[in-house]
Design a protein around this ligand. Structure first.
Ligand code: FES
Length: 119
């Protein structure tokens, strides 16, 4: 298990973190849906294998603040399940990462992270 953050300290625009995927240091994003519900995704667009947020963390979101948004070509993803609802990869999903919440703290369940052949 890898401690990511207390839920209460996750910024409204989400936060980045790094984790190991096989031998590779990989970046994830952690978003808070409400006071008890969180999601984490690999920070990689499903259109091209590049990070969603090429710029500031606030730009993880579209102008409405309702969808995660890729800053390259504007793919928009639902925060609750990572479904791409608009853009060149519509219908695909961000890679969701396994979390556990214990006493208000969010952990990445590293025992369920696949190796680099399983990304
Ligand atoms: S790289 Fe994300 S929409 Fe094209």
């Amino acid at each position: 298990m890898q401690l990511l953050s207390p839920i209460a300290e996750i910024p409204v625009w989400g936060m980045r973190f790094t984790y190991k995927e096989g031998p590779f240091e990989t970046e994830g994003i952690l978003v808070r849906l409400n006071d008890t519900d969180v999601r984490a995704y690999k920070n990689e667009c499903r259109h091209l294998p590049i990070p969603l947020d090429q710029r500031e963390p606030a730009e993880l979101w579209d102008a409405s603040g309702k969808h995660l948004c890729c800053s390259s070509h504007g793919a928009r993803y639902r925060p609750k399940d990572g479904l791409c609802v608009d853009g060149p990869c519509k219908g695909s999903h961000l890679k969701q990462l396994p979390l556990q919440v214990v006493d208000g703290e969010v952990f990445l369940d590293t025992s369920q992270i696949g190796g680099f052949f399983n990304v």
